[in-house]
Design a protein around this ligand. Structure first.
Ligand SMILES: Nc1nc2c(ncn2[C@@H]2O[C@H](COP(=O)(O)OP(=O)(O)O)[C@@H](O)[C@H]2O)c(=O)[nH]1
Ligand SMILES: [Mg+2]
Length: 162
């Protein structure tokens, strides 16, 4: 079974997305440690805030087939160093969260994500309005970057691009 690891800043929506993907209604508790839920590994946002923790991200990534790099659409800054994903040899998926929010800026979030992950599928999501969540489930079933690209192209959805 493919496994998905989710990384992103504190409060960017990792745990909420995890619940939406699993169709669960767990309480939104702050993730203090790695949280293994079925086929998903939810990580603490602190992993991204201090470069000393990057080795934890790399070590945990060996357990995953896919990595979500999450960007909060309401945030003006990226928490990823440039080209972060190129150091991790797992299938990348860029995810923009909170597209439903009044102050969401999808264009800005897309630029920030592309600087971090390069060529990869990007899904625009709202866990609250259930936008984009099914695309993530489908992308995690793909085994190669080309398979993900083919899925994106056939979906013809403005919330999903490459
Ligand atoms: N408007 C909106 N808020 C969201 C969405 N996803 C998460 N949030 C809110 O963002 C905050 C942080 O979410 P959480 O999942 O705990 O973030 P985490 O720290 O990355 O795990 C919470 O108040 C959520 O209700 C979304 O899709 N839309
Ligand atoms: Mg969390």
């Amino acid at each position: 079974m493919n496994k998905l690891m989710i990384i992103g800043a504190v409060s960017s929506g990792k745990s909420t997305l995890t619940k939406a993907l699993l169709k669960k209604s767990l309480d939104a508790v702050k993730t203090q440690a790695l949280n293994y839920e079925d086929w998903i590994i939810d990580t603490p946002g602190e992993y991204l805030e201090n470069p000393l923790f990057y080795k934890n991200i790399i070590a945990t990534s060996f357990e995953a087939t896919h990595i979500i790099y999450l960007q909060d659409a309401t945030r003006t800054l990226s928490n990823f160093p440039p080209f972060f994903a190129t150091g991790i040899s797992k299938l990348p998926i860029g995810v923009i969260t909170k597209c439903d929010a009044d102050i969401a800026d999808i264009t800005r979030a897309t630029t920030l994500l592309q600087e971090a992950i390069g060529q990869a599928p990007i899904v625009v999501t709202s866990a609250i309005e259930n936008i984009g969540v099914e695309h993530i489930r489908r992308l995690v079933q793909c085994q190669t970057i080309n398979e993900m690209k083919a899925y994106v192209e056939q979906a013809k959805d403005p919330h999903l691009f490459f």
